[in-house]
Design a protein around this ligand. Sequence first.
Ligand code: B12
Ligand code: SF4
Length: 448
Amino acid sequence: MKILLISPERERKKEEAFLFRLSFLNLPYLAAVTPPGVEVKIVDEAFEKINFEEKVDLVGITAQTPVAPRAYQIADEFKKRGIPVVMGGVHASMLPQETLLHADAVVIGEAEEVWPGLIEDLRRGQMRRIYKGNGFVNPCALPFPRRELLNDKFYFPLKLLETTRGCPHRCDFCGVSKFFGFRYRNRPMRDIEQELNTLFKTQPVMNPVLKKILSLLSKDLPYFLKRRLLYIIDSNVAGDKRFCLDLLTLLRSFDLLWYGHAPVSIAFDQKLLKGFAQSGCIAINIGFESLSTENLNAMGKGFNQPSRYAEAVKRIHDQGIGIMGTFIVGLDGDDPGVFQRIIDFSNDSKLDWALTFIMAPYPGTDSFLRLEKEGRIFCRNWEKYDSLNVVYQPSGMSVEELEKGMKRIWKEVFSTSSIYKRILKRPWIHPLFYFTMNWEFHKLTRKW
Ligand code: B12
Ligand code: SF4
């Protein structure tokens, strides 16, 4: 039996391609729980053409909302050729009935526990329409994703790792908690260690003399050259303090550079912050979301305190750690002044990298349900649900103002003068890494 797993891609401008050169874990996880003896192939449409004539017994397609229309086209093509199609992932899970208009079956939620049964049903010719696990997957039972099925040459030399699933918070724009559950489920530390061992060796990044020489150019260079770079995709690496401290000790033993997501409050826990710095943390990805307490309370993220943002950034910088900040605009409390306020905050506090997105009410989230009830959603073309387009009627400005304002933030934040102020002026924080990232976005925004 042969299964083809597909990560679809929508049409993109050439200059945007670098944004999506991150590898992914969902299909490699699926491959890892596929029964032995079944051949699995993964195709990433961002880099490879799909061969619709390939002789396979099942096609599995993943999709986030903006690629769902393309995923449906692919499903339709295979179905026309009589090949059964199953879809899964966050979009299909939130809209299973819509998905079933194109796929023969849909997996709702995490797939690890139901996937082997689905294959067995297919073998017997009895594949059901809907598969849904009983609760959430036991994190002790997670296999190691089969990353070897992805072609390394397509992606940044950055390994992705998941150490926990779930999130106890209820931010109204985010589907993570509903999908993965309202608590952190930690994987056993020994599993994480073993998985890291398959990715990196527990030995110094390189010979100390060579490291010293290269470090004269940039302290990060040895790690970039040796590809010892890790992105921990968890919603909050610091959610469970004891677990996090153990993880930091483990990361330290691997001598690598890494980044991950954590809330602003991490800045006020000196012990954690020191641990982050010592373990090779190059960036903390922080969802600031808004500079308005009113907006934050309305979205269920009142634990963010804008009055402490500037101090938080300084404390993190003082440990030599950079910040990738994200903001959302178009919230009900936003007026047209919001754009300048985000630009000023990013420049004044020297955020190392900052992205601002337009609020996107993803299906299944509380914000979707609320805006839908208020009759404000005017666009249901899922392709536009990419946080760069407006799909609902904003309350404090026009649709045009919102789209223009978001682009203005990107242009200003990635302008040469802002990059100079934030990145090139001393004190330097991982300048090689942040300059490269900022410059890619500079090139993109110049083309707009
Ligand atoms: C890493 C990440 C990325 C990476 C890699 C994406 C990727 N393909 O994995 C990058 C940076 C590229 C990215 C981009 C975007 N992302 Co993102 N991302 C994540 C993040 C943090 C982790 C994803 C992950 O690996 N999870 C772990 C894996 C194991 O879980 P999973 O992907 O859900 O897969 C499981 C199940 O869903 C299921 N499954 C998945 N696919 C399939 C397929 C089949 C056939 C079956 C049976 C099962 C199945 O099985 C898996 C194992 O249980 C999540 C948040 C989160 N915690 O999940 C957001 C998240 C997935 N991203 C999100 C968004 C919005 C985006 C962007 C639209 C952002 C933007 N504005 O551009 C883009 C869209 C990219 C695109 N393709 O167009 C949203 C998705 C919302 C939605 N309804 O689609 C999430 C949930 C974040 C959020 N706060 O809401 N993202
Ligand atoms: S935005 Fe972050 S903190 Fe809020 S629910 Fe989503 S994952 Fe949790």
